[in-house]
Design a protein. Structure first.
Length: 281
């Protein structure tokens, strides 16, 4: 679907809505997740920008994976996922926001012959919805398209290298050293600056929000290698560590606010070459 003529600098976003555990991926890259203990009772929705994930104009696979809530073994008739697809002009997003693709969702519950609500998801350990979207962008970003295939590296060696990198970040978080974290994230910052047309003011606002988070001096969850697993995605171009419950390896503990979740730091790593090693993207 072509975007409107009023959109000069397109800002693409997904809007997932989950009332169970789940993940949304674009071309095998996770962009939204709701996993772990927080899924026991809660729900989650929100806007997910994707310019920095799709990187350039083209067609992309979108996959929504849903799982039972924490503590449950199968899905229920109340579980499900919806994904809306929006595009707007970055400078006039309220006035230009529009759907660029039909909503994707799990099957709706219905009434059975006994007039009881039932769902094709009920009793399943997993369900998946998928589609293909097309985007039009005025740039080609230098992301991970040309990074090396990490699947070709011995998994034990790769995991050790990833743990070593994550341990470096973890130490920076414990020091609450925002400047070091920003320096380590420079490649990611440059990518997102181009993807979302940031000017110098907006770029500084993002930096200030990170500095503000670090200045709260929140406690950092321990990083125990035995409780972490390696996740390779992006068709082999990206890697991260996640906890056994599916949540992010790097987390600040929640503040003493009712209903507040831990602050998870999304860290994706790639490698331009074996010689250059891993970096945040």
């Amino acid at each position: 679907m072509s975007i409107g003529s009023t959109i000069n600098n397109p800002f693409y976003e997904l809007y997932p809505n989950l009332n169970c555990s789940g993940i949304v991926l674009i071309n095998d890259v996770p962009v939204f997740s709701f996993l772990g203990k927080d899924t026991k009772d809660g729900i989650l929705d929100g806007s997910v920008p994707i310019n920095h994930v799709v990187l350039q104009s083209g067609k992309y696979n979108v996959v929504g994976k849903i799982f039972p809530r924490f503590g449950q073994k199968t899905l229920t008739e109340n579980d499900g996922m919806e994904i809306s697809f929006n595009v707007s002009d970055i400078d006039n997003w309220k006035e230009t926001k529009q759907n660029f693709f039909p909503q994707l969702s799990t099957p709706d519950p219905s009434f059975d012959k006994n007039n009881k609500i039932t769902s094709p998801l009920k009793g399943l350990p997993y369900f998946e919805i998928t589609t293909e979207i097309e985007v039009e962008l005025p740039f080609v970003l230098d992301g991970w398209q040309n990074s090396i295939d990490l699947n070709k590296i011995n998994k034990t060696i790769l995991k050790n290298k990833v743990i070593e990198f994550y341990s470096q970040i973890h130490a920076i978080l414990k020091e609450h050293n925002a400047s070091k974290f920003l320096e380590l994230s420079k490649e990611k910052e440059d990518l997102q600056t181009k993807a979302f047309y940031f000017n110098s003011i907006r770029k500084q606002e993002i930096r200030d929000s990170i500095i503000s988070l670090f200045n709260k001096n929140l406690e950092v969850l321990p990083l125990n290698p035995d409780e972490l697993k390696l996740e390779i995605f992006g068709y082999g171009k990206l890697v991260s560590l996640i906890r056994t419950d599916g949540s992010a390896a790097l987390q600040f503990k929640r503040e003493n606010i009712e209903g507040e979740r831990n602050i998870e730091l999304e860290v994706k790593l790639h490698a331009r070459s074996l010689e250059k090693g891993l970096s945040i993207i």
